[in-house]
Design a protein around this ligand. Sequence first.
Ligand code: PMP
Length: 404
Amino acid sequence: MDLFDKYAPFSDRYGQLEDLGVDPFHMRVEKILSPTRAIIDGRETILAGTNNYLGLTFDPTVIAAAVRALKTQGTATTGSRIANGTYPGHIALEKEIADFLGRRSAIVFPTGFQANLGILAGLAGSKDIILLDADSHASIYDGCRLSGATMIRFRHNSPADLDKRLHRLAEKQVNKLVVVESIYSMLGDQAPLDEFAEVTRRHGVSLLVDEAHSLGVFGDRGQGLVAELGIEDDVDYVVGTFSKSLGSVGGFGASNHPKFDILRYTSRPYMYTASASPSNVEAVIEAIKQIRARPNLREKLWDNARDLYRRLTDIGYQLCAPVSPILAVNMPNEETAIYCWNELLKAGIYVNLALPPGTPNGACLLRASLSAAHSPNEIKTIAGVFANIAARAALKKQPERVGL
Ligand code: PMP
C-alpha cells in the first residue's frame, strides 16, 4: 500500500509520452526574451501558446509601475488582508476594476483560481443550487465543491438545456446560481451569453460570468464580453483573472450587489491567504489603464487571430471554433497530436498540447493562442511551420494524421 498507488494510471500514461521522446508537461523556458519569444531547448522559439493576449508583460509603463512598487513597498505583504492590513494599492486596484466594469464593488484575490474558489464558495452554501456549464474550468468546479452547494451541470453552451433544468427546479424554493464563461480556454469557443442572460432573467436566478479569456479582448474599452453585448444588468457577478490580458497574476470578483463586500469576512479563500503583492497590484492598475487607453492593442490581437485562422484553414487544418484569440486545431488522435506538437517545437514554434482528460469530448488538440505583440512575420512563420508539417505528413501518405 502506498499513497501514490492511485496515480499508477497517470504514471503509465506519462511513461508512454516519455517513450515517445516528448514531455509536454515539463517544457522548460530557458530564457524569456519578449512576450512572443523565448529560448526553449537552446532554440529561439515563437511563443504561440501563452495567454499574453495584449503582450503587456514587457510593456515599459507596466514594468515601471511594478518596479516602483517593489522599491517603495517591498516584495510581498506577507499575510492576509484581514490579519496584516490592506495596502493603498489593493484599494486603488479594486476601485479601478469596479470603475472599469461599471460595478459597485470588486474584490481582489491572489490568483484567478482563488477568485473562483472564493466567490463561488462565498456566494453559495449547502442549501443552494449551482448550475454550471459542463465544460467549466477546474477552478469553477472546485469552487462549487467548496461551497457545498448541489451542483447541476448543463450541456456546454446550451441555453436550452439550462432552461429545461431550471423549469424542473422551478418548485424548489432555494437560491440558484448559474455559472458560465465567456470564452472557453480549450476550444476558444464563445458562450451565447445574451441567450444565457435571457434564460436566467426569465427564471429569476442569478448569473455569474467568468471573463478570464475575454477581458481585454472584447468591449469598446476591453471590459469583456458582457460589456460587448450590453448585458451588464443581467449579469450579477463577474469573475476574472490578471494572468492573461493583464499580464500579471491575481484575480477578482465584481458585482453591484449591495452586500457583496460581506464576502471579505465570510469567504475562506479570501480571508486565509496572503494578499496580492504590491508589484502585482501596481502592474495590474497600470495594465488596465493601458487597455483602456489603447484600443489598437485589441485590434492588433484580432487582426493576428483572423490572419492565423485564415492561414491554418487554407492549409486544410480543422479548427474547433470560429475565430478567437484561442485557435484549437483538431487532431485525429493522440499520437498525431504529439507528433505534430513535437515537430512544431523542433521548428521553433510553441503551442499547447491538449489531450484528454483535460479536453472536452476527448479531443486531441494543438492549442494556439495569439498576442497583439505577434508581428505579421511571426504569424506567417507559425503558419509556414504548420504547412510544412501538413506537407510532410502528406508526403508520408498519411494526410489524415494532421486532420486534413
Ligand atoms: N478561469 C478560467 C476560465 C481560466 O481559464 C483560468 C486559467 N486558465 C482561471 C479561471 C484561473 O486563473 P489563474 O490562472 O489566473 O489562476
